[in-house]
Design a protein around this ligand. Structure first.
Ligand SMILES: [Zn+2]
Length: 149
């Protein structure tokens, strides 16, 4: 299987699994992590990345039991984000290889808050500082706890 990560690769998502940016983490069960993405679009704040704790470059390489688990976590977080922000919808995206718009070489699923007429696909994201992501993470964690999850 061809890999696209440079060698050596300082994986930012393995760094999160090791404890970096923990204020932006909304879910961690030791197998999967949900974290506020560094890129957030104005109007769609609360965009979460769901990733395996272990390093796998893309969907093709995920062990099947982990693939299923990641989608269960995606569902849990989609429900949590909907409660947290009162969204009209949620978009789930999963990108592989450069041609598939992947740009971090650790498999991940995007869970994106959506609102009617938000023109999400027409706008660019921007880096959001950790302090702002931490506030969103607090809101999402509260919504997850309010559902007993
Ligand atoms: Zn990694």
């Amino acid at each position: 299987m061809q890999h696209h990560a440079p060698s050596p690769y300082l994986c930012p998502f393995c760094a999160i699994a090791a404890g970096a940016e923990s204020d932006a983490v909304v879910f961690n069960d030791g197998k999967a992590i949900g974290v506020l993405g560094l890129h957030q679009k104005v109007g769609n704040e609360g965009h979460i990345l769901v990733m395996p704790v272990g390093h796998f470059e893309n969907l093709y390489e995920l062990p099947s039991e982990l693939t299923g688990h990641l989608f269960l976590v995606t569902q849990l977080l989609a429900r949590g984000i909907k409660r947290a922000f009162g969204t009209d919808g949620i978009t789930v995206l999963q990108n592989n290889e450069p041609a598939g718009d992947q740009d971090v070489w650790h498999a991940h699923i995007h869970v994106i808050p959506r609102f009617t007429g938000d023109q999400f696909h027409a706008r660019q994201g921007a880096f959001m500082p950790l302090a702002e992501r931490a506030k969103l993470a607090t809101t999402i964690r509260a919504a997850l706890q309010s559902a007993g999850t």
